[in-house]
Design a binder for this molecule. Structure first.
Ligand code: AP5
Length: 232
């Protein structure tokens, strides 16, 4: 199964992608993580991408597309993957369609994580990330057992530079301006499902899992539980 997780910064795409990838045994491809790794290793792409990420702007399409192109042909993507944070512009979406066509594939599903701006600001201001393994925590909603230390690997937790309040607002502005158009694009293709993400993490995981199972079995979805799920 090939699925895209679409939604504003802080909606919980990464959190849900981690859970689903473990449950369904499909790869989680996060464009943000791939870019941050490139920055960390000072690759040519990373050096070019750094200033855009720090300002909360989108990295130029060409750089992101190259990274994704290389990633989706890897062995672990054969049985499917979750694309988290890619595509983020119409032109990225069209390039992805072309890439998949050449590989004889197509997208099965796009999940749109809708969330209030209030939740976004609360979630991102409290997010802490492991400097070693990249695991995400939240000081209130998903605290680590030991303050400032990752439960999974013992690495140090830090606050992402782009999670500072002024950069979060800029990321939201960029999302409305450049990414929101993708909702209509995928709706028109008939593969978009919306999940309302103001609920707690486990309730959303259940809804995401139901949507994926229904798509795999090609069944219509009956909404239930806390999160609202609409077949658009
Ligand atoms: P990226 O890393 O993709 O950032 P983003 O899309 O802004 O998403 P986030 O990682 O901030 O949020 P999320 O939705 O994954 O939320 P999470 O699960 O972590 O991109 C960063 C930058 O890279 C971009 O600004 C851009 O510069 C560049 N970039 C990336 N892709 C690009 C592309 N395609 N094109 C161009 N540039 C690109 O959750 C957030 C917090 O909330 C966590 O602390 C979590 O524990 C908590 N949480 C999650 N769910 C809940 C819940 N239900 N209740 C309470 N807390 C919750």
């Amino acid at each position: 199964m090939r699925v895209v997780f679409l939604g504003p910064p802080g909606a919980g795409k990464g959190t849900q992608a981690d859970a689903v990838s473990k449950d369904k045994k499909i790869s989680h491809i996060s464009s943000g993580n791939l870019l941050r790794e490139a920055v960390e290793s000072s690759t040519e792409t990373g050096i070019k991408a750094k200033c855009y990420i720090e300002k909360g702007l989108l990295v130029p399409d060409q750089l992101v597309v190259e990274i994704i192109k290389d990633r989706i042909v890897k062995e672990d993507c054969k049985s499917g993957y979750i694309l988290d944070g890619f595509p983020r512009t119409l032109s990225q979406a069209k390039v992805l369609d072309e890439m998949l066509k050449k590989l004889g594939n197509k997208l099965d599903l796009v999940i749109y994580f809708s969330v209030s701006e209030e939740s976004v600001v609360l979630r991102l201001s409290g997010r802490r990330t492991c400097a070693n393994c990249g695991a995400n925590y939240h000081i209130r909603y998903v605290p680590s057992s030991k303050d400032g230390i990752c439960d999974k690997c013992g690495g140090k937790l830090y606050q992402r530079a782009d999670d500072k309040p002024e950069t979060v607002l800029e990321r939201l502005r960029v999302y409305h301006e450049q990414t929101e158009d993708l909702i209509a694009y995928y709706k028109k293709k008939g593969i978009l499902k919306e999940i309302s993400c103001d609920a707690d993490i486990d309730a959303i995981t259940k809804e995401v899992s139901d949507v994926i199972n229904c798509t795999l079995q090609r069944k219509p979805l009956i909404s239930r539980g806390v999160a609202r799920v609409d077949s658009l």
